[in-house]
Design a binder for this molecule. Structure first.
Ligand code: UD1
Ligand code: UDP
Length: 373
C-alpha cells in the first residue's frame, strides 16, 4: 500500500480544460493522499487561458507547443518530445488524460513508452468510422489499448469498452465531468461578454453556431457556411457564431459570412459567456463534441453538422439530430425547428444523458480505491 500517490493531469485544448478542471479540483481536495501535478501542453493557447483562470488552475508545467496552423505531425512531435522529459523527471504513479485530442493520445503514448499507468477520462466513445471524426476516432481507440483505468461517461460507452474485451474491473461508470463544470459555472459571479448584451434574445430566434472539425475543412465547411448564409436570410433570425481560431475556419467564415447584418461573428467566447448563450439561445447548430453534451443540460435542441456522432445518447433521447454537412439538408432541418412548434417542443425536452455533476468525485474515488486500499 502506498502512502501518497502522484497523479499528473495532462491537458492541452479548450474541451480538456473544461472537462478535467472538476477532476483537478477534486484531486486537490485529497491533499493528504494525492500529490496532484498539472501539465499544460499548450496545444491551444489563447483558447485555454481564460478557462484556466475561470477554474483557477495553475499548471506546474507549460510546454507551450502551439504554432500557427499546426499539422497533426507538428502537435504530435512537439508534444511527445517535451512531455516525455517531464514524465521522466516526475515519474507519476498515474497520468490522467481526457477525450481524444492529440495531446491526450500523445500523452498516453509517452506514458506507455515510459511504463507509467494512464487513466482515460471520457473513455469508450466510438463512431467506428476511422476518418470521422479525424483524427479523434483513432486517437481514442488507441488510448483504450493503452489505458489502465477507463472512466466511461455513459452506459453506452461502457458497453463499447466491454465489447472490445476490456477487463470490466478496469472500467468505471462515472458520468462526464462536463456536467460538473456546468455546475461550477452556475456558482460563479456572472461576467458576460458585452457583445452578447447587444443580441435581442427576446424578439429574435437566436441560433448558436460553432464549427471546427478537421474532417470538414474544404468543400463540407464551405457548404456549412453557405447554409448559415441562407439561414440568415430567413425572417426573425439572429445567428451568433463564436469563431474557432483555426485559420482554416477563420478564413472561410470571414470570406463567406462577414458583413451580414444578423450574423454575429465573435471571437471564441469565455466559458461563462458561452454557457449564457447556450441558456438564452433558441437552438444550437454545431459540430462540437462538448456542445452536444452541454446543450441538453439546458433543454436546447442541437442540430449536429456531422455524418456520424459518438454521442448517440442525445440522438436516442430525441434532443439532438444529425443533419450532415449538406447545405440543403441543414437549411431544411433549421426551417423545421424554426417553423414547427411541435418539432421544436419534441426536441427541447429535459434530458441529461451525459452525467449528474458528480463524475469528478467518482473518478477520484476510483483512483483512491485502486492505489490506496
Ligand atoms: C483540437 C483537437 C480537437 C478538438 C479541438 C477543440 C486535435 C487533433 N484536435 O482541434 O479534437 O475538438 O481542439 O477546440 O487534437 N489556434 C490558435 N489559438 C488557440 C487555439 C488554436 O491560434 O488558442 C489555431 C492555431 O493556428 C492552431 C490551430 O488553431 O495551429 C489548430 O489548433 P489544433 O489544436 O491543432 O486543432 P483544433 O482544430 O483546435
Ligand atoms: N466553448 C466556449 N466558447 C466558445 C466555444 C466553445 O466556452 O466560443 C466551450 C463549450 O462550451 C464546450 C467546449 O468549449 O465546453 C467545446 O470545445 P470545442 O467545441 O472546441 O471542442 P470539442 O468539444 O468539439 O472537442
Amino acid at each position: 500500500m502506498k502512502k501518497k500517490i502522484k497523479v499528473m493531469t495532462i491537458l492541452g485544448t479548450r474541451p480538456e480544460v473544461v472537462k478535467l478542471a472538476p477532476v483537478v479540483h477534486e484531486l486537490a481536495r485529497h491533499k493528504k493522499q494525492i500529490k496532484s501535478l498539472i501539465v499544460l501542453t499548450g496545444q491551444h493557447r489563447k483558447m485555454v487561458d481564460q478557462f484556466l483562470q475561470l477554474f483557477k488552475i495553475k499548471p506546474d508545467y507549460d510546454l507551450n507547443i502551439m504554432i500557427k496552423n499546426q499539422t497533426l505531425i507538428d502537435v504530435s512531435s512537439r508534444c511527445l518530445d517535451r512531455l516525455s522529459k517531464v514524465l521522466e523527471k516526475e515519474r507519476p504513479d498515474l497520468i490522467l488524460v481526457e477525450g481524444d485530442t492529440t495531446t491526450a493520445f500523445i500523452a498516453s503514448l509517452a506514458a506507455f513508452y515510459l511504463k507509467i499507468p494512464m487513466g482515460h477520462v471520457e473513455a469508450g466513445l466510438r463512431t467506428f468510422d476511422k476518418h470521422r471524426p479525424f483524427p479523434e476516432e483513432i486517437n481514442r481507440q488507441m488510448m483504450t489499448l493503452i489505458a489502465d483505468m477507463h472512466f466511461a461517461p455513459t452506459k453506452k460507452a461502457k458497453q463499447n469498452l466491454l465489447n472490445e474485451q476490456i477487463n470490466p474491473k478496469k472500467i468505471f461508470l462515472t458520468g462526464n465531468p462536463v456536467i460538473d463544470a456546468l455546475h461550477y459555472v452556475a456558482k460563479q459571479k456572472k461576467l458576460i461578454n458585452p457583445e452578447l448584451k447587444k443580441i435581442d434574445f427576446k424578439n429574435k430566434k437566436v441560433i448558436l453556431v460553432t464549427a471546427h472539425r478537421r474532417e470538414s475543412f474544404g468543400q463540407p465547411f464551405n457548404q456549412i457556411c453557405q447554409a448559415i448564409k441562407q439561414i440568415a436570410a430567413l425572417p426573425d433570425v439572429e445567428i451568433v457564431y463564436p469563431v474557432h481560431l483555426n485559420p482554416n475556419v477563420q478564413i472561410v467564415v470571414n470570406e463567406m459570412l462577414k458583413g451580414l447584418e444578423n450574423v454575429h461573428l465573435l471571437k471564441p467566447l469565455d466559458y461563462q459567456s458561452f454557457v449564457y448563450l447556450l441558456k438564452h439561445c433558441f437552438f444550437v447548430l454545431s459540430d462540437s463534441g462538448g456542445v452536444q453534451e452541454e446543450a441538453p443540460a439546458f433543454n436546447k435542441p442541437i442540430l449536429v453538422m456531422r455524418e456520424v456522432t459518438e454521442r448517440q445518447e442525445g440522438i436516442e433521447a430525441g434532443v439532438a439530430k444529425l443533419v450532415g454537412m449538406d447545405t440543403a439538408n441543414i437549411l431544411k432541418q433549421v426551417k423545421l425547428l424554426l417553423n414547427s412548434v411541435s418539432a421544436y417542443q419534441s426536441m427541447s425536452k429535459s434530458a441529461s444523458p451525459y452525467g449528474d455533476g458528480s463524475a469528478a468525485k467518482r473518478i477520484v474515488q476510483a483512483i483512491l480505491k485502486q492505489y490506496l486500499l
